[in-house]
Design a protein around this ligand. Structure first.
Ligand code: GDD
Ligand code: MN
Length: 367
């Protein structure tokens, strides 16, 4: 009789083909007789991590692969990997060997004993360390940890950790509330749990990345802000709409700046200048929304140009609706300010809804 499945290790990957074999060798060495499996969740990496994982899986059925096409995102990858497994205990760890796999048995023992609901591999618990991080990254990590106090009730030394283990029923209890935004899946889980979880910590030292490069860039700050916003005001307004509206606000500044230059510095006629400013503001809004608001469904290459065209078309209709409604209200005795505001709101909601469907929604539906 083969031993039953006890532990599932979920490993999100993007371009990690250089690390997969070494990670598996280390897991085999450290987990011994435990009934385990590993689920790689790969976002269609250009280096064909998924193909490599599948080829290994043919000779070791403990290895599995979930390949997602047309989507990106560390948190959603972890969520889908956890949901694709049946094990009573689930671990999440990176593929690049930065997380100390030798801590897994200790983490599992804590869960088995029933003394904890979730175990965090912590760099900040005593005995742990961030390894050789530069001052900036260490400082940012600390600020992010402090900010997590707004949404996380538990006292956890390292809520930013991407290395943790939990009982399946803990996931089940919060999975429908998860935001799935950005990189910080542990903060998401801690903030989404219906009650206060019993959290244990196992210290470890964050290692140097083995092969490949980090996918973490400046925009993780933005993604983290979106996660915190979703966990607080997200109940009332979709955070994507907030982001879209924020970008729209910036677009107004771009519009005014372009208009001013064309009118004052270059002496262009008002109608022409206004048209040019409108077009440029649309290109600006599309570009920024594609990077920030729809980061997980980012369009590139040919799809970028198609997206721009559909965005400009949708927003032109939105502008007509805006002006039409505002004018109608103004002519039926509404004060100019309220009439304009109603027009802007209707236009914004239209632009958001239509571009979500036609500009960024296409790729997701096609795959
Ligand atoms: N499927 C998928 N999709 N995987 C991804 C994506 C994505 O969009 N982006 C990154 N990954 C995978 C990487 O391939 C790697 O296995 C893991 O997620 C972590 O990504 P890194 O690029 O190595 O991030 P990091 O080392 O800078 O940050 C990690 O460690 C921090 C400290 O523990 C992450 O785990 C952070 O969340 C964590 O705070
Ligand atoms: Mn890493």
């Amino acid at each position: 009789m083969p031993s039953g499945l006890e532990l599932s290790i979920v490993v999100p990957t993007f371009n990690e083909s250089g690390n997969v074999r070494e990670l598996l060798d280390r897991l085999r060495a450290v987990l011994g007789e435990t009934g385990w499996e590993v689920v790689f969740v790969d976002d269609d990496s250009p280096d064909e991590t998924a193909t490599l994982v599948r080829s290994i899986a043919r000779s070791d059925s403990r290895v599995r692969c979930v390949q997602r096409v047309g989507r990106r995102g560390l948190s959603t990858a972890c969520i889908e990997g956890m949901l694709a497994s049946a094990a009573p205990f689930i671990a999440v760890m990176d593929a690049d060997l930065q997380h100390d796999e030798t801590r897994l048995p200790a983490m599992l023992a804590l869960l088995r004993s029933g003394s904890a609901d979730l175990v965090v591999g912590s760099r900040y618990a005593s005995g742990g360390s961030t390894g050789d991080w530069d001052g900036t990254r260490a400082g940012m990590s600390r600020v992010a940890t402090l900010a997590s106090r707004f949404v996380v009730r538990q006292d956890v030394s390292d809520p930013m950790s991407g290395f943790f283990m939990l009982r399946r029923d803990v996931l089940d209890a919060s999975v429908r509330r998860l935001s799935g935004l950005g990189f910080k899946i542990l903060v998401d889980i801690l903030a989404s749990a219906p009650g206060t979880l019993r959290v244990a910590e196992v210290p470890y030292t964050f290692r140097q990345r083995s092969a490949g490069e980090s996918k973490l860039d400046e925009l993780v700050i933005w993604e983290y802000a979106m996660l915190l916003a979703d966990k607080t005001v997200g109940r009332f307004v979709p955070v994507r709409f907030l982001a879209f509206a924020l970008v729209g606000g910036l677009g107004v500044f771009v519009h005014m700046a372009v208009l001013a230059v064309l009118l004052k510095a270059l002496g262009v006629a008002f109608g022409t200048a206004q048209s040019a400013a409108t077009a440029l503001a649309m290109v600006f809004n599309f570009t920024v929304n594609n990077i920030l608001t729809y980061r997980d469904m980012r369009l590139s290459g040919r799809a970028w140009w198609g997206g721009l065209a559909s965005f400009m078309l949708a927003c032109s209709v939105g502008a007509l609706a805006n002006v039409g409604i505002a004018t109608y209200l103004f002519e039926s005795q509404t004060t100019w300010f309220l009439a304009a505001l109603a027009g802007v709101l209707v236009g914004a909601v239209w632009n958001y809804a239509v571009t979500q469907l036609y500009t960024w929604g296409r790729k997701a539906r096609a795959s």
